[in-house]
Each structure stands twice: as C-alpha cells, then as structure tokens.
Design a protein around this ligand. Structure first.
Ligand code: MN
Length: 727
C-alpha cells in the first residue's frame, strides 16, 4: 500500500481523543477499520488533492471529539468504502460485526444524495434520513460529521455545487443538528454555509469582529474577571467562560432581523457553569446585582427547557462600558446537553441502549408518522425545515408561510403572530377551510385563514385576554386597548379612582387633589394624571393594590397641612364641633355642601345623606327645595344653625373679574396677604376682550370677614367685580 494514501497523523489524533474507557478490543476495532479504509481508498484523491482517506479520518475525529462510541467511529472510517470502492457490506459485516455494518449501510444510503436542486430527490433523501433517525440515531450523527467535513473542504468544488450544498446544509443539516442539540456542529455548519452563500457579508462580519478583536478580548476578560470575583465569593466552584457569538448568529440578526452590527446585544456571551440548579438562580441574582439587566431579555430555560432539551438561564445585561452582553447560567449536566445534545448520551453514558433512545425526542417519530400523509414534496421539506417538535405547533397561512406557536395556541394567537393588525381586525377564522370557534387550538399542519373586517372602530374583545396562549398576543391586545380606547380608558380609570377614593374617605379640594394625583402618577412613572387614569382604565395597574400607599400619603398630607394650611383642613369640617348645631342630632358628622360653600352668618339647612352625615347648604342654594314644597326627600331636610360660640376658618371661593394687565395678580394676592387671608387655589382665565378672571379659593372666618375681603379687592386698580362663587 502506498504510504502517501494514509493519514497516520489523523489516526493518531483519533486515538488520543477517544474515550479513555474504550476497551483494547474497541481500540483494536478502530485501528482495524482505519487499515481497512486505507486499503479500500488506496490511490483515491479528494478534489483538494489530498488522499481520500483524510476524509473518513476527519469524520471519525469529529465523532471522537463528540464522544461517540467505537462502533460509530469505526463506521465513520468505513463510511465511504461501500459507496466508492469495491468493498461490500457483507465483508464489513464479517470483519467488523453487524452493528458497524448497520451503521455503514445507513450512512451509505443517506450518502446517495442527489443534487439538492431537485426537490423530489431532496425529499426522498429526507425520508431516508427520518427513517435512519428513528431506527438508529448514530447514523444521522455520522452523517452530520460527514457533512461537516465536506463543508470544511467545500472550497474545492465547483461554485454552483458549493452553493447547492451550502443551502442544503443551512436548510436541512443545521436544523437537524440543532434539533439533536449538537451545538458545536450546528454552529460550524451554519458559519461555513454562510461563508459560501454570502461571502461578502461573511467577510464584513469577520472584519467587524477582527477590527476590535483586541478590545473585544480585553472587554470579555474584564467582565469575566468581574463576574468571577463576585460569583466565586458565594459559589467557589463556579466556572466562568466567555465567547463571541458565531458569525452566522450575527449574520442572522443583521440580515434577517435587520439590525446593525452595533445593535446586536449578544455578540458577547459569558457562560457560568455551576453544580446545582439552586446555584444557577443564586448566580442570576448576583449578576443582576452586578450589572443592569435589559428588560424582557431574561429567559428561564431551566423551568421551561427547549424542545431539544436545552436548559440554561439567559439574561442580557449592560456592562460598565455600556456594552450589553448575554450571560448564560447552567449546571454541568445542562452544559453537556447544550454542547453535545444527543451525543452526550454516549459520551456521558446517560442511559442509551444501542442507538435507540427509549424516551424523549418523540418528535422524530412524529415526523415519520406525519411524512406518510405528506405526499407533497414541499410539505416534507417544509416540515423538516420547521423543526417539528411536540412542544411547538407549526401552522400554515393559506400562502404556505409557517408560524411556530407554543402548544395550545388558538387562532387568535396565530392572527397576532402574523401581524397585530390582523389580530385587531379579526372577526373569525377558518382552519383547513372550515369555520372554527375563536378559541380553537391550532394543531401542526393546520392551514389557518384569519377572517378580518375593514370596518372602522372594530377591535379585539377583552375576553380574548383569557383565551390566548402567547404573551405576544396578550400584550398586543392590551396595547390595542391602551391606544385605541384612550379616552374610554381615561374616563373609566378616573371613575374607578374616584370611586376608590370615596370608599377610602380621601377627600381633597380640587387643586390639592390634582397635586395629589400628580404625585401618585409621577411615582408610577406617568407624566400626567391622564396617563395614570388610562392605565387604571385598561387594567395596566390595579388601583385597589395601590390604595394602602395612597392612604398613607393622604394622611401625611392632611397632617402636614394642618401646620402649613396649603390644603384645606378637611378634618376640622368632618367633626361635629364644626360650628354647626343640627336640630335634634348631637355630635353628628357634618359636611359643607360644595355647591354653595356656606359660611357662618349665612342661613343654613341640613340634609341627611346616605352614609355621609349631614350636608349643610345655604338656604338660598338651588339644591334646597323651596319652603313648603313637598319632595320625596322632604323629611331628610333638617334645621341647622351656626354655633355662635365657635369661631373657625372656612373656605370660600371668589370670582374676580379684572382688566388683563401686568401685575394684576400680584396686586390681588398682595392685598390678600396684607389681610392675612390664605389663598388655596387660583384659576386664571384670559379673555380676548382684554379682561381676565380669577377664580380663587380663600380662607375666611365668616360672612362678615368675607364681606370685608371683597370690599378691599374691589378697590384694587383694574378690578371690575368681585363675586362670591357658588351662591
Ligand atoms: Mn463522506
């Protein structure tokens, strides 16, 4: 045998890599397979000019690195012998046993890949692959390794074939690797495919990465050190690793999600590996304490593993230099599954029997079952492309676009997955051409047509919030109510707030009330009180839940204002020592009616309210029935009078009409200050004819006091009239 057609160096690396637990018999088997393959491929060359044997050796090395068993590695060394040489399956079976022969046969059958451009042949290939996967998962792993090495050496084939293979890799092999959870193979397959399919973009990304590679490395080292210092203080055996995202990952975000290179958050990823699930969550707490997390970027794949069994906590945080990066936190077990996927079963002996997986990955079987009723070639390709898995359903639009939704999603979720406008305008849905109820749960393969209306003002129903499964649909429905029904929301929210205030006896005069509400709104990060009302209206915040805090604040204000008299001392008025004697009722709860603001000296009358004590009106108030006139509530009107012995302060509102001149307001308030009259509130209006009016609430001790205040104000230059407002 010509020594030029050997790859002893490569073989040495395989033997160095293989599991230390391999028995001498297994090592012997691999050696024998190598010699057998060398002989079979003697004199054959690859397009690159390398001896052909380098290919099976490299494929076997990939599998050795994945931690696959001796049968798989032997089969990899032999995988092209039956196809490309005179060797028969029979002879392999005789020399290496039925197990190895079965694997070689499987790979050979899969190896008969027709040109990827012919869809029917591609589909046939996929059928075989599916069969292989269900019977013997190692066949597909060997096939993936075979494809990976072919992709690594693809530059030697003709340009058209290069593109065909790359596309096939991207659309079929990489998704399979992903489904099997073999991240290392998936990432490299994708990166290689992109480098051939879009060499310009690939080059640009590589350049962008290389341009700052030193800074990037320093950045990564820096955050790794920070994290390590913080985490190991609490979890001493935590391992911290850093990496830069794969080129394909960046490519996908840049070109498919239309982001700038700078906008991609997870170019950097830091991985923390710990021993227990508990430590994962502890670690997350430390990270969120160390860096500011970006809202909406936290994902708990520990509680909800991905269909390929991937588990980790993901969060994106902002580093000290303002650069965001992703942090993945997982246990060692999760790490093995994340890196090697199905292959980890062999490497870590996680309970596999032969090549069959006893439980888990049921999606493969489903795919097989399903492909029997998929006569259409496109359907099969589409099925594999969309990674059919049981935890997710794949649903089609009438045009054939596919949407992936979580299991249990309804037609409403589907509508919102297409576009929020489709969801908002939805009136019904057809599944496989039949009208279905709005809470119909979609199944994989369903063709869903959303019936929409162009009618203005139509929108989702609030009930949908209880029907939908996806948070995407839920938030889109909420945001519709938030935007489209703003006025309604404000009115509804205002009513609800007022109701709740009444229930909790929160009473403030108008200006102070506005100020109080403004403070509440600001604390909740709303710019205006209206926004606060709107949020209450559409259910974004719960007013009842806020009430304890609001009541606290209210109590503080009322107390503070007894000293400062910024806000009317309402408390004084609610006591029965209010300065009012109500006929026949001692110590009753007394309120002054807002419609007429009675003052000592005014003739007054009481009205027994339901639950709010006696309301005191001026007898001249429009709300008081004329004497002698019988109304259904006649018996609730009750005589009241001022207690002459009590002198208290009362609020009164004045309407001042005046000329609109500079300093007008200053003169008025100066005059009031001179009389030691407190102003609680002033509302100003300017009219086109050059007049202004001030509606102001002041404190007086009674009617006589008020009269003197009015007289003084009428003397201020430019004042046209001063009237008592509210009767
Ligand atoms: Mn091959």
């Amino acid at each position: 045998m010509n020594p030029a057609y050997r790859d002893d160096e490569g073989m040495k690396r395989i033997l160095e890599t293989v599991d230390k637990t391999f028995s001498p018999a297994e090592i012997e088997k691999i050696n024998k397979a190598y010699e057998f393959a060398c002989a079979a491929h003697d004199g054959q060359k690859r397009l690159s000019g390398d001896p052909y044997i380098t290919h099976p050796v490299e494929v076997a090395l990939i599998l050795a690195k994945l931690g696959m068993d001796a049968d798989s590695i032997a089969a990899a060394l032999l995988h092209d012998t039956v196809e490309d040489t005179s060797v028969t399956l029979q002879s392999i079976s005789e020399q290496f046993g039925a197990e190895t022969a079965k694997l070689v046969d499987g790979v050979t059958k899969l190896g008969k890949i027709p040109l990827a451009t012919k869809e029917e042949e591609q589909a046939e290939n996929i059928r075989k692959m599916l069969m292989a996967m269900s019977n013997e998962i190692r066949v597909i792993i060997i096939k993936l390794a075979d494809r990976l090495h072919n992709m690594r050496t693809l530059k030697h084939v003709a340009p058209q074939k290069r593109r065909d293979k790359s596309l096939e890799t991207l659309e079929i092999y990489a998704p399979i690797a992903h489904r099997l959870g073999i991240r290392t193979i998936k990432d490299e397959l994708e990166d290689l495919a992109i480098s051939y399919l879009d060499p310009v973009a690939y080059g640009e990304i590589e350049e962008s990465l290389a341009a700052q590679s030193r800074t990037r490395k320093e950045f990564l080292e820096d955050i790794k050190a920070q994290i390590r210092q913080r985490v190991t203080a609490l979890i001493p055996d935590a391992t911290v690793e850093g990496r830069i995202k794969s080129v394909h990952g960046i490519y996908r975000k840049m070109y498919m999600q239309n982001r700038d290179f700078d906008e991609i958050f997870d170019i950097y990823a830091v991985r923390i590996i710990v021993n227990t699930v508990n430590d994962c969550y502890n670690c997350l707490g430390l990270i969120h304490d160390l860096y500011r997390p970006i809202p909406g970027r936290f994902k708990d794949y520990i509680a909800t593993p991905k269909p390929n069994r991937y588990q980790s906590l993901h969060t994106t945080v902002i580093g000290r230099a303002g650069i965001p990066f992703e942090v993945q936190i997982r246990t060692w077990d999760m790490h093995k599954t994340a890196e090697y996927g199905v292959a980890a079963h062999w490497k870590y002996k996680l309970g596999m029997s032969g090549g069959k997986i006893e439980e888990g990955l049921p999606w493969i079987q489903q795919l097989i079952d399903r492909q029997n009723d998929l006569e259409n070639v496109e359907d099969i390709v589409r099925t594999i492309k969309t990674d059919l898995v049981p935890e997710e359903v794949y649903v089609f639009t009438p045009k054939g676009d596919v949407k992936c939704l979580p299991m249990g999603s309804t037609v409403i979720d589907f509508a919102y997955a297409i576009h929020s406008q489709v969801g908002n305008k939805m009136t019904g849905a057809k599944v496989n051409s039949r009208i279905v109820p709005i809470d119909y749960q979609v199944k994989t393969g369903d063709i869903v047509e959303i019936i929409t209306t162009s009618q203005q003002g139509k929108g989702p129903s609030r009930d949908w919030l209880n029907i939908v499964k996806t948070s995407e649909a839920r938030s889109k429905i909420r945001s519709w109510f938030k935007k489209e029904k703003r006025d309604e929301n404000i009115a509804e929210g205002k009513a609800e707030v007022e109701r709740e205030f009444r229930r909790n006896f929160i009473r403030l005069p108008e200006p102070a009330l506005q100020e109080f509400l403004q403070k509440i709104a600001e604390r909740l990060h709303f710019g205006a009180v209206e926004d606060f009302y709107a949020a209450v209206g559409y259910g974004g915040i719960s007013i009842t839940r806020l009430m304890p805090r609001i009541k606290d604040d209210y109590t503080k204000i009322v107390k503070a204002d007894n000293a400062e008299v910024h806000i009317a001392p309402e408390k004084k008025r609610t006591k029965s020592s209010e300065g009012v004697i109500v006929e026949g009722i001692d110590n009753c709860l007394v309120k002054f009616a807002r419609c007429c603001n009675p003052l000592p000296g005014d003739e007054i009358i009481g009205f027994i309210t339901r639950g709010h004590g006696v309301s005191i009106h001026k007898t001249s108030c429009v709300n008081v029935p004329e004497p002698g006139r019988v109304s259904p509530e006649s018996e609730r009107w009750i005589n009241a009078s001022w207690d002459k012995n009590v002198r208290e302060e009362f609020k009164s509102t004045l309407l001042v009409s005046c000329l609109n001149r500079v300093g007008m307001l200053a003169d008025i308030s100066g005059q009031l200050a001179a009389m030691h009259v407190m102003i609680h509130d002033i509302n100003t209006r300017h009219f086109k004819d050059g007049r202004s009016s001030f509606l102001m609430t002041i404190t007086v001790s009674g009617v006589e006091h008020l009269k003197s205040v009015i007289a003084k104000l009428e003397k201020v230059s430019g004042v046209l009239s001063v009237e008592r407002s509210g009767g």
